[in-house]
Design a binder for this molecule. Structure first.
Ligand SMILES: Nc1ncnc2c1ncn2[C@@H]1O[C@H](COP(=O)(O)OP(=O)(O)OP(=O)(O)O)[C@@H](O)[C@H]1O
Ligand SMILES: Cc1ncsc1CCO
Ligand SMILES: [Mg+2]
Length: 293
């Protein structure tokens, strides 16, 4: 829900020529190996997500090779959640009755030693939402992925800073220090999406430079990439930072390839999903742009 342009980002062209020297070569094979694994192993990903995003989240997971389940009833969690390889919790259309299911599913995943990922949509929009997000952060998400404004709001609240500030239109780089503080305070990997996606464990910071600005004009692309992060982390739970950066880069490469065929947001949505489904090794290796900051 932030607006950010990407004039400074070299994200739209293949990673070839001299420019490739700035991108460490190990990231391409890492991302490809995770995507290949996803297609082979098809992990079951439980999503407790908002009404707006349910369709694009399920279709993104399917196109990437995962198996989505949009199951959010508290009554089903004891039987169903233990079968999932990862859980994605998204507070986008939160109401009080959803919070116990979110907490209970997350607690169960932690108890079982499995990863779960939090998308704190519009975290600073209300006291109710912020408190729910803080309670969920207390259940130790493996990864928290939000846009700049969301990470700044959550980071301030988790550090007990009462001044909320103007939580709109923050770029991902503006949120870098907030992301590091939140990662240190929570023990989670924190990812901030934007023209450049940044991922941190509180010390190390990596940046993924893929994507196109038009992705912001499709609702719930952020929710979709959070779910894809859950799927990637399910494959390699002991390396969540690498899995998170790879998922962001892969999703954004699908956006770049989709943009070549799109006429606007609606056709980009379709072509992004098609491009994710068809993404091959050569295209991925030539386009991955991940750097250590
Ligand atoms: N200016 C940009 N240039 C390139 N890619 C972008 C840009 N802005 C966002 N993206 C990409 O679009 C996807 C969604 O990120 P965004 O920051 O818009 O999420 P969000 O605000 O949580 O969205 P939503 O709430 O609609 O799900 C991410 O994969 C991100 O990398
Ligand atoms: C637009 C919108 N409102 C609540 S959730 C959502 C989807 C993007 O997060
Ligand atoms: Mg969002």
């Amino acid at each position: 829900m932030t607006t950010e342009t990407a004039e400074a980002s070299p994200a739209m062209q293949p990673n070839d020529g001299d420019e490739s020297d700035q991108y460490p070569p190990h990231w391409g094979p890492t991302a490809w190996s995770l995507l290949s694994d996803l297609r082979q192993r098809s992990p079951l990903i439980q999503c407790i997500t908002n009404f707006v995003s349910m369709d694009i989240v399920a279709n993104t997971l399917l196109a990437a090779g995962a198996s989505p389940a949009m199951i959010h009833s508290l009554a089903e969690i004891p039987d169903f959640t233990p079968q999932a390889q990862a859980l994605c919790v998204n507070v986008g259309t939160l109401s009080p009755s959803w919070v116990p299911a979110m907490k209970s599913a997350a607690e169960l995943m932690v108890k079982l030693g499995k990863p779960w990922v939090l998308d704190p949509v519009a975290a600073g929009a209300s006291g109710f939402r912020l408190n729910a997000c803080l309670a969920l952060v207390g259940v130790k998400p493996t990864v928290i992925r939000g846009n700049g404004s969301e990470i700044i709001a959550l980071s301030r609240a988790s550090l007990g800073v009462s001044k909320k500030g103007v939580d709109s239109a923050h770029g991902s780089m503006d949120a870098l220090e907030a992301a590091k503080s939140l990662a240190r305070a929570s023990g989670s990997i924190v990812a901030v999406s934007g023209a450049v996606d940044v991922v941190t464990d509180g010390n190390r910071v990596v940046a993924a430079h893929n994507g196109v600005p038009m992705m912001q004009k499709i609702t719930a692309t952020g929710c979709a990439v959070t779910a894809l992060i859950a799927a990637f982390v399910a494959l390699d739970p002991s390396h969540p930072l690498e899995a998170t950066a790879s998922a962001l880069s892969v999703f954004c490469i699908a956006g770049e390839l989709g943009m070549d065929l799109a006429k606007g947001p609606a056709s980009l949505r379709m072509h992004l999903i098609d491009s994710l489904y068809g993404l091959d090794e050569a295209a991925l290796l030539s386009r991955v742009r991940i750097t250590d900051l």
